[in-house]
Design a protein around this ligand. Structure first.
Ligand code: UDP
Length: 406
């Protein structure tokens, strides 16, 4: 397990001292995180790292997962899609069943911790217990709900407004109509994880060799699930435009498509768009953080041509490896890239192709963007910053709780 002290060479000792001193002020406070899955997805990924680190700092944080059956998770999946702006059809029974499962969990969970930190919509209705428990409740929204389907958003809003405050990942995700304070805390990457730690060059080279990719020629890569919103077909169009002028290879690497019918469909479209071009490598990968790490490290340029994005962790991951990144200016990506300083922001296929040619023709400029990008990630998107902001959030919440009104 990673020890909090292992971050010192990266962040310096002051950062850790600050974390210890903030944590000290939370002595005696209990914090419970609740979400809907222990494995898979960014939320579980972050909690897996965050809770043990909080414990090492002396904070009594814990993590529980709500229980639900297939019917419940089908409903919450529809919620998820609708919150991302997709049109879904809901019945009254869907909403009733959602409440019923949340109430069944209420009966099983001990919700007496000083701070209840509820993640995403699935367990949102647990807040029904707030008045009885007389503790503080925070709702952490990890998705962009700015274009949410009205029916689902209004249903959830009745619960959101019962919380003491809510946390979004980017300022652009805030909602004008909420009555509670909204706090912005962006996600983070763990520099010591298998996904991001330093790797021996030989290992990186072996991964490219395994996939038949020539490291002596430029490699342009996008790492993403095969999802329309990541626009992999658009990436192939970009590559085709650029290839007329510059030699390069394209890697589209992603996993998780086999159990996702839409993912398989996107993958087929990607394969059709790629045709017989031997310089396009479409990699359907099993979960393997070291392999993703190597692909990011060995690539010349990383793309993230998403049409819509939550935060876009892949951008921070690439920048941490000092890679030049060209990404769409959507979701949390503009937080991570200052255009022409720590990467390039594009708005179209033509724009992405233009910048790709520019970087392929100017490796020194590309290298400088990568260097600046790493500095930005180091200052803003490492797990230590995330820990600090969570500690401050818990402190401000518990202070509010301690205030006596006359
Ligand atoms: N990822 C992975 N394997 C893959 C594709 C993606 O491990 O085949 C990881 C990627 O490195 C990143 C996360 O999945 O850590 C995706 O997060 P992001 O915020 O970029 O996009 P999301 O998939 O959550 O929309």
């Amino acid at each position: 397990m990673i020890n909090i002290k292992d971050y010192e060479p990266i962040t310096g000792s002051n950062t850790l001292d600050e974390l210890y001193s903030l944590a000290e002020k939370l002595k005696g406070k209990r914090i419970q995180n609740i979400n809907s899955t222990a494995v898979g997805g960014g939320v579980a990924e972050i909690l897996t790292k965050m809770v043990p680190l909080l414990n090492q700092l002396g904070v009594a944080a814990r993590w529980n997962v709500i229980k639900g059956d297939g019917k419940f998770f089908n409903i919450t999946k529809k919620f998820h899609n609708a919150l991302h702006g997709k049109t879904e059809i809901f019945s009254k029974e869907d909403f009733d069943y959602f409440i019923e499962v949340n109430r069944a969990n209420l009966a099983e969970l001990d919700l007496s911790d000083d701070i209840m930190f509820i993640h995403d919509p699935q367990p949102i209705a647990l807040v029904e217990k707030k008045n009885e428990m007389k503790n503080s409740w925070l709702w952490r929204c990890h998705i962009d709900v700015t274009e949410a389907q009205k029916e689902v958003y209004e249903f959830l809003k009745t619960y959101i407004d019962s919380y003491d405050s809510c946390v979004f990942s980017a300022p652009a995700f805030s909602k004008k109509d909420l009555t509670i304070p909204q706090i912005m805390i962006s996600p983070s990457i763990d520099p010591l994880s298998d996904k991001n730690k330093e790797l021996p060059d030989e290992f990186t080279a072996s991964i490219f060799e395994k996939h038949g990719i020539d490291l002596k020629r430029p490699v342009v890569t996008q790492i993403s699930r095969f999802d329309y919103l990541k626009d992999p077909v658009g990436v192939i169009e970009v590559y085709k435009k650029v290839k007329k002028h510059n030699d390069c290879q394209l890697v589209l690497a992603g996993g998780g498509a086999t159990d996702d019918p839409e993912g398989m469909q996107v993958l087929e479209e990607v394969r059709t768009a790629a045709g017989q071009d031997a310089d396009i490598h479409i990699l359907l990968l099993p979960p393997d953080d070291l392999q993703i790490n190597a692909l990011q490290r060995g690539s010349t340029i990383l793309l993230q041509k998403s049409l819509k994005e939550g935060f876009g962790l892949t951008v921070s991951e690439a920048l941490w490896k000092e890679k030049p990144v060209i990404a769409s200016a959507v979701g949390g990506i503009p937080l991570q890239i200052t255009h022409k300083y720590s990467g390039l922001l594009a708005y179209s296929i033509d724009g992405t192709a233009y910048y790709l040619k520019q970087l392929l023709n100017n490796p020194d400029y590309a290298r400088q963007l990568g260097k600046n990008g790493k500095e930005n990630v180091k200052n803003n998107f490492l797990i230590t910053r995330h820990l600090k902001e969570y500690l401050l959030l818990f402190l401000s919440t518990s202070y509010r709780e301690d205030i006596t009104y006359f």
